[in-house]
Design a protein. Structure first.
Length: 156
């Protein structure tokens, strides 16, 4: 290594076909934690829209909105989480729900509607043959990330 130069290690390539927990019924690990799931566990995927639309990349307002409405969402959707443009829950809702919220941002009152459409799809985390697909693996990793982020006494 030359002095004054910084070298980074090459990011390892992971061949998804070689990950046993995705293609077989072996134990599932996410972020180094062993996961045990019920075979009938399913998530309902709900697309949502925010009106007026947020500017691209305005995650701060999106986070404020969902923080403001979290108690109401918990009453309707039970335990839920947001990832991208979807809300995921283990509770099935067959109708579109519209939530109206207002809060102060930058000393001005802003009013928003969050429209959560009826469920778009039902996704099982563990397939009938006992394996986990890529969707299931991503959901498990989101669970673990949220648990770690909401536990202030954990060092990670």
């Amino acid at each position: 290594m030359k002095s004054g130069c910084i070298e980074f290690l090459k990011k390892p390539y992971i061949n998804i076909k070689n990950l046993d927990y995705i293609i077989s019924s072996k134990s599932v690990y996410a972020n180094l934690y062993k996961i045990k799931l019920r075979k009938d566990l399913a998530l309902y995927q709900y697309p949502f829209n925010i009106y007026p639309p947020l500017e691209n990349g305005d995650t701060e307002t999106k986070d404020l909105l969902f923080k403001e409405c979290s108690k109401l969402f918990e009453r309707i959707f039970g335990n839920y989480f947001i990832s991208g443009e979807f809300l995921y829950s283990i509770i099935k809702i067959n109708e579109t729900k519209i939530f109206k919220f207002s809060f102060y941002k930058c000393k001005s009152r802003k009013e928003y509607n969050i429209e959560v459409d009826r469920y778009e799809s039902k996704r099982t985390i563990i397939q009938n043959n006992g394996s986990i697909d890529q969707f299931g693996k991503q959901i498990i990793e989101i669970f673990i990330r949220d648990i770690l982020c909401s536990s202030p006494n954990l060092d990670y």
